[in-house]
Design a protein around this ligand. Sequence first.
Ligand code: DGY
Length: 319
Amino acid sequence: MKVLVTARLPEAVVGKIREAGHEVDMHLHMAPLERDQLLNRMEGVAGLLSTITDRIDGEVFDRAPGLRVVANYGVGFDHIDVAEATRRGILVTNTPGVLTDATADLTFALILAVARRVVEGDHRTRSGKFQFWAPLHFLGTEVSGKTLGIVGLGRIGRAVARRARGFDMQVLYTARKPLGRDEEERLGVRFAPLDQLLARSDFVSLHVPLTPETHHLIGARELSLMKPFAYLINTARGPVVDETALLEALRQRRIGGAGLDVYENEPQLTPGLADLQNVVLLPHVGSATVETRTRMAQMAVENLLAGLSGHRPPHGLNW
Ligand code: DGY
């Protein structure tokens, strides 16, 4: 069967698809496959191994009537029309769990970087402007002992909560369904409705998937509830935050700063964001470690091969 792999993956992993007897068409460039190329290359495809930069919708499905499985390389699937795939009998899978630790680590990297002005300090030192040590020089904000508000206590939110214990932080969380008291005790977290969490936290970290309900979950009103020295961290999905409202809040110093790995119109940034000192901006690298990306590729291929051979994939979203 024909398989389209829309991004360059390690040969050792892609080799497994060939070993299973399938023909592989892999996009070999670093830059994502353009929309028209994706559509053109869908002809005759039975298995699609896609990434978060491909919009997978009815138009894509129309090009490949024999499509059996869309194996997404990534855990988030807001770029895939799963309902339409289900209607057409196409399996959709993702790669949950394997990127939890990498993303939680990066969340803490952003917390520490914005609070302790790591990037600004690096620039200053490199540019030869580190000329003296002084008691009031380059002060940041203490992370240890502060209150962390976790919005969305799924796998990654919980992994962030576990890390927060090492920093003696108090952890508040919001979730669609609050945990039982025992589990809260075990994780060292306390439920708080979103508005209260925003008002009480020194760091607010977002860990919800992008859905119609979470689109612009954090807008001007929510930002105005945050403490004037609090930081917003987003390693989830850009459109969860109204980036224009965030830019205004940062410009007017209504919050302390932000650490962002994702953007509303990725890869574009809202003009003005990159001019601010009180933000740390990363290029969507939450899962970008060699170990994690290798596991994601293996998992996507396992899902793909199971779907192609008519078996239930280990990580199906719609079956
Ligand atoms: C995901 O998997 O959804 C991440 O955003 C990319 O690794």
